[in-house]
Design a protein around this ligand. Sequence first.
Ligand SMILES: [Zn+2]
Ligand SMILES: [Zn+2]
Length: 284
Amino acid sequence: MNSIDLLKSLENPELNNPICLSPNFEKDIDKQIDDIAQTNDDEAKQLWICKTIAGIQKNFISAFQNIKTEDYYEGWCLFERCEIDLKFLLRHFTIEENDLHRINFINAMVVRWQKLYPYKFFGSPEFLVKKVTCGICGERITPRSNCGHLIGEIYAGKCCFELVEELEFLGLGIVEKPVQKYSVLFSTDPITNENIDHYDYSTVKFVADRLNSAFHEWDSYATTRVISATELVNLPLEKPCPCVSGKNYGACCAGKSNLTIPHLQICLSQPPKGNFPENELFLL
Ligand SMILES: [Zn+2]
Ligand SMILES: [Zn+2]
């Protein structure tokens, strides 16, 4: 298939059995790129675009499936993969007005999912980079010399990256806005040394439970909600205070007649299927 037909076949990934999920799809394109890379640079670049779109669609769908099966960290990593690939793709691909490949949609939804995650701090490894080479020609890159290949540009169907070949580990910082979002901080079991996922994913789960497809749109809005005195009457004093101060209710807001608390409002574009509490109000 040439790149025009391939691009067409990648339209509407929200329909059943999207082609991006077929096994070996990206591998087959790679083979095609290898075959023509030396003779047809333009077509090789178009094939790279097809391959990148397929990868983004596939990772987005898989991330949603991971959330559905409560493999939250795996889903998080795939959203991060989408974010990185989107950055490279959008330098070379102009999204059609009706977003047939759902690239605009995925770009927006990845950010919305990331916002729901409970991860606030990340490990940020600091390195002293000693040797970097060009991913296209292999030449060493130094502050004074470089081979002329540009990072993120496509050469014979391959995207140019810098390859770090030697580095020295300096330390680990803890940051709120990491360069790479994979490095979520987990606690470790002192006996087995395995990571313990202590995070509360209830908000992510709340949204995922109400969606039947990764391609159903939703959004969240941070607002506040007032809890009335009648609702507070039965709240045990030793429970965490709803104002999210971190203190117990008894030591915090007990005695106040009503309480304003942070509240996340979720809006869905499609009514959810299944049994959900009647007091949930769905704004469609
Ligand atoms: Zn180079
Ligand atoms: Zn309080």
